[in-house]
Design a protein around this ligand. Structure first.
Ligand code: ATP
Ligand code: MG
Length: 303
């Protein structure tokens, strides 16, 4: 009879209402696993890669002896997009200090990515000592080119590790050359600050560098670039968060580096460009003007 079974029915209804949300949770979790599976597979593929076979602690062997030449280079990010770099030709000689200027969005960072061989031109060629670096048969040249460059990008990346580890980025902790860390921190004008904090080079810099100011992080990024004793140094807006006095000090210590280092700086401030041999002015993906050291007055008047 119904009256006898009423408690059982009640128990089932109550149990069902308790179990239902849990089932919903299981379903949602299964869906999430399904969605994340692709990302997981991709990451695992990278984790299983063999370690890169070059020693980050080693000084670079230069495979760059004379010059790098852009010949009628065009570049677009997407197949049907518009050209971001248009028909650019220029030559940078070994040891030259080049300033790259231009309004925001004019293609400076894009040009540097091409320069570093991180992107390929959609038209035209880039030659290092006469060898087309994007030619498949020159792949070993491209690799050694990559290894001779240090790049301080506009958007820097830091790990939540110690200052020393962030400077010797990628070098295992016990292989870090502390003597070189001291030297490059001095060159980047950050050693005084680091050494005055209680933990010194062992201070943690926090997730993405939250424990430090923008200017301090910029100088750590410069120290990182110098740690690898590059043959080519690329500085993208590195002094934007520094006051003019610190900027002056950082730049003048960069001047004391080996004269054979080729340097390219992107800058908005004229003071940053003072020590360049040449200024290239980019506008809307094209070279609008090139100023030699003797013509800097002209550049200053026009800008
Ligand atoms: P800024 O002085 O602001 O750093 P920039 O001169 O370095 O500017 P780029 O970053 O080279 O300028 O950008 C040039 C153009 O290319 C811009 O119009 C930008 O929108 C576009 N662009 C940059 N990166 C990408 C990308 N990954 N995909 C598509 N378009 C891009
Ligand atoms: Mg840029």
């Amino acid at each position: 009879g119904i009256s006898n079974n009423f408690p059982i029915i009640g128990a089932l209804v109550l149990g069902g209402s308790k179990i239902f949300p849990v089932f919903q949770l299981i379903y949602a979790s299964l869906a999430a696993i399904q969605v994340q599976r692709t990302s997981l597979y991709r990451i695992v593929k990278y984790l299983e890669l063999k370690e890169a076979n070059f020693d980050l602690n080693k000084r670079f062997i230069s495979k760059f002896d004379n010059d790098i030449t852009f010949k009628d280079v065009n570049f677009k990010y997407t197949k049907n997009g518009k050209d971001v770099i248009k028909n650019i030709s220029f030559t940078v000689k070994k040891g030259e200090k080049i300033g790259l200027v231009g309004t925001t969005g004019s293609g400076k960072s894009t040009l540097l990515d091409l320069f570093m061989g991180l992107n390929k031109p959609s038209k035209g060629n880039i030659f290092i000592d006469g060898h087309d670096i994007n030619d498949k048969k020159n792949i070993s040249k491209l690799k050694s080119w990559h290894q001779s460059i240090s790049h301080v990008p506009q958007k820097m990346y830091f790990t939540n590790a110690t200052i020393a580890e962030n400077i010797a980025f990628g070098v295992p902790k016990k292989e870090i050359n502390m003597e070189r860390i001291h030297t490059v921190s001095g060159l980047a004008k950050i050693s005084e600050f680091i050494e005055s904090s209680p933990l010194g080079y062992d201070s943690l810099i926090g997730e993405r560098g939250v424990n430090l100011s923008g200017g301090q992080l910029q100088r750590i990024a410069i120290a990182r670039a110098l740690y690898r004793s590059p043959k080519v140094l690329i500085l993208d807006e590195i002094t934007s968060a520094l006051d003019t006095q610190t900027e002056k000090e950082v730049l003048s210590s960069i001047q004391t580096l080996d004269k054979s280092i080729t340097i390219i700086v992107i800058a908005h401030r004229k003071s940053t460009l003072k020590n360049c041999d040449k200024i290239i002015q980019l506008e809307d993906g094209q070279i609008q003007n090139t100023f030699l050291k003797s013509e800097f007055k002209e550049y200053e008047i026009n800008n």
